[in-house]
Design a protein around this ligand. Structure first.
Ligand SMILES: Cc1cc2nc3c(=O)[nH]c(=O)nc-3n(C[C@H](O)[C@H](O)[C@H](O)COP(=O)(O)OP(=O)(O)OC[C@H]3O[C@@H](n4cnc5c(N)ncnc54)[C@H](O)[C@@H]3O)c2cc1C
Length: 294
């Protein structure tokens, strides 16, 4: 994500519970979160600094200029959505998908009340609430932000949510004041089986009027859904916010991405210099990446 954190806070784990076989809910609080503030955007996210294993207490980083220096051994940064912000008690709720392996996954599986960690101040992009209807697509990683978006709609709004889950036991009815239709698409192994969301979105009949699409999920699926709205249906920003939250085999992808990194940076720099709209720049970036099989 683009915005880099401007402040870090020490949080204490207050509560841990399983929402399903793949989702752990962790509530953070403690005196260190006094002064923590929401961006006010329902899609906001923050950096969760996963502490090294078995480290129960953490030190705040020292800031030199724009750089934060963390005590050794270093924590591992991961992005997470702020599922719920309770300003009265200064508490942050985060819902973490547990998958095969990863620092945050391991942390979510083993963390206990009383453990500490560092979290960054959150940032959000915001969503378009003026459309006649909304389509919200999310895999398990996007569901926390999607649920918060749905909770923040008004009774006059109409929303259709398509969520991905490993199985029926992991489904639930999201809370929303809006007129809400919810469908589920199943995928028992998101790391090895492509997300069903891009096929699901093509089967629904879009309502009349001006629509808005918000999506967060696996990166290849997100790119395909963006392609559908932008190139097949000819929608234009700000009618969609479609973001890849993760991808399988991240290390292998990073190695291959390094081969095109400078070319991608050039596309961004040229686009910005010549005033190209962000979506046109992204189209060019994707075509560079796709020319290398990425
Ligand atoms: C803005 C933003 C908000 C996000 N919000 C949330 C959120 O609220 N809840 C949430 O659970 N995730 C969220 N994510 C996704 C999360 O940051 C990634 O899934 C992250 O990589 C998980 O870290 P890890 O340490 O468990 O795995 P990593 O160490 O990052 O990765 C280890 C391996 O697992 C793979 N992997 C990573 N994520 C998954 C996955 N979900 N399923 C299967 N394989 C995976 C990687 O490709 C890699 O091969 C968000 C991402 C962004 C950008």
């Amino acid at each position: 994500m683009t915005a880099l954190p401007e402040a870090y806070f020490r949080a204490e784990v207050l509560e841990v519970r399983s929402l399903s076989s793949v989702m752990r809910r962790i509530v953070l609080g403690g005196a260190g979160l006094a002064g923590y503030q929401s961006s006010g955007m329902p899609d906001e996210w923050f950096r969760l600094m996963v502490p090294p294993e078995r480290q129960r207490h953490v030190e705040l980083p020292i800031k030199h200029g724009q750089q934060f220096h963390f005590a050794n051994p270093q924590p591992s940064p991961r992005w997470y959505s702020l599922r719920r912000w309770d300003p009265e008690h200064c508490q942050v709720t985060v819902d973490v998908v547990v998958h095969e392996h990863g620092a945050a996954t391991r942390w979510a599986e083993t963390v206990e009340p009383g453990d500490e960690l560092l979290i960054s101040q959150p940032h959000g992009r915001g969503i378009d609430t003026t459309a006649d209807w909304m389509l919200i697509l999310a895999d398990q990683t996007g569901i926390p932000a999607a649920c918060r978006i749905l909770e923040n709609l008004s009774p006059q709004q109409y929303a259709h949510a398509i969520f991905e889950a490993p199985n029926e036991e992991a489904t639930f009815r999201p809370t929303s004041p809006a007129q809400l239709k919810v469908c589920w698409a199943y995928n028992p192994s998101p790391a090895t089986i492509p997300s069903p969301l891009s096929a699901a979105v093509r089967t629904i009949e879009l309502p009349p009027g001006r629509g808005y699409v918000w999506m967060a999920g696996e990166a290849a699926c997100a790119r395909d859904v963006r392609r559908y709205f932008r190139h097949e249906l000819k929608w234009r920003s700000p009618q969609f916010d479609i973001v890849g939250y993760w991808r399988p085999n991240q290390d292998a992808y990073q190695r291959r991405y390094r081969e095109v990194e400078s070319q991608v940076a050039e596309v961004y720099a040229n686009g910005r210099r010549t005033g190209l709209p962000d979506d046109d720049i992204l189209d060019e970036v994707y075509s560079v990446m796709e020319s290398r099989g990425l």
